[in-house]
Design a protein around this ligand. Structure first.
Ligand SMILES: C[S@@+](CC[C@H](N)C(=O)[O-])C[C@H]1O[C@@H](n2cnc3c(N)ncnc32)[C@H](O)[C@@H]1O
Length: 301
């Protein structure tokens, strides 16, 4: 694995909603599982990027905030002439990315680079395709972060930002325990958690999250927005069910103090591995979500 810098990330912010590097380091298996569950989205998006490349050679791809490199590997498979550089602040996640690429026979074209964002963007080499999934919202000034990512796109190349969509749904409206509509109420609580997480980022700035407008503001020509479905009907295979239970565990930690005692009791039952009504055993657990990708093209001289 090539690692170009080692970045100390401790103590660069305050407030319990700010995610520190060690938080990311600890969630490698969960992030990899979530991304594997979303391979339909990643492959669909990569195939759209080949359409956007429109015959232009793609020799270099950047995956910014790559995490465990599932998208990096899909991009390497999709662009066989490209070197793909996975960029992230977390060394353990980048190790996962390297291991994954080696397992899939893509190790000779996947390079990992540890960088703290957004400052670490400025020293990267430009690329034909720059992919940034679910990372811009972790950076304080999202417009500024997109501007810095746009500066990394070669003339005629594409920046694709995966942000927004529809949150994961995995249970029927009425699950037979508690008040129907639990997931919708958890979603509301999660939105508040998300706003507080954003407010706690260093250099946080509020912006209207109109991503094509943000891409245009960064000097790119918006070249489309597409949403990709992740759809696993019940019954789930054990691996996907494991991702869902982990997902709910994470949600529980974030919203437990924001929901009613009744909903908290339902959540506890759902997360109890021994409970027949719980997520580990019930037959009706599914996965349905949509992820949106916004693309912008860099001007040619
Ligand atoms: C939600 S994960 C997304 C991972 C992957 N792109 C995906 O869509 O599954 C966010 C990633 O951004 C990285 N990240 C978040 N803030 C960062 C920062 N300030 N500097 C470097 N990496 C950061 C985390 O380490 C993590 O891998």
């Amino acid at each position: 694995m090539s690692r170009e810098t080692t970045v100390a990330t401790e103590g660069h912010g305050h407030g319990h909603h700010q995610l520190h590097q060690d938080d990311w380091d600890a969630v490698g298996a969960r992030l990899e599982g979530e991304a594997e569950m979303s391979l339909d989205f990643l492959e669909g998006a990569a195939s759209w990027l080949t359409e956007l490349a429109d015959g232009r050679p793609v020799r270099r791809v950047l995956d910014i905030g790559s995490g465990p490199g599932v998208a990096s590997c899909v991009l390497a498979a999709t662009f066989p002439d490209a070197e793909v550089r996975a960029v992230d602040g977390s060394a353990p996640l980048l190790e996962r990315a390297s291991a994954r690429a080696a397992r899939l026979g893509l190790g000779d074209r996947l390079v990992v680079t540890q960088r703290e964002l957004p400052d670490g963007l400025d020293s990267l080499e430009p690329a034909d395709v720059v992919w940034a999934s679910r990372v811009v919202h972790h950076l304080g000034d999202q417009d500024e972060a997109v501007r810095r990512m746009a500066a990394l796109v070669r003339p005629g190349g594409v920046l694709a930002i995966a942000e927004g969509g529809l949150s994961l749904r995995s249970l029927p409206r009425n699950i037979g325990i508690g008040r129907p509509g639990l997931e919708a109420r958890l979603d509301v609580a999660l939105q508040d958690w998300f706003s507080e997480m954003r407010a706690a980022q260093p250099g946080t700035a509020s912006t209207v999250e109109h991503w094509p407008g943000i891409l245009a503001g960064a000097g790119l020509t918006p070249s489309g927005t597409r949403s990709f479905l992740v759809d696993h009907p019940a019954p789930l295979d054990p691996g996907t069910r494991g991702v869902v239970t982990d997902w709910w565990g994470g949600i529980g930690e974030r919203v437990a103090d924001r929901i009613s005692a009744d909903d908290r009791a339902t959540l506890e039952r759902l997360l109890d591995p021994q409970n027949e009504d719980g997520l580990y055993r019930r037959p009706d657990v599914f996965v349905l979500m949509a992820t949106t990708v916004h693309a912008g093209r860099a001007p040619t001289p």
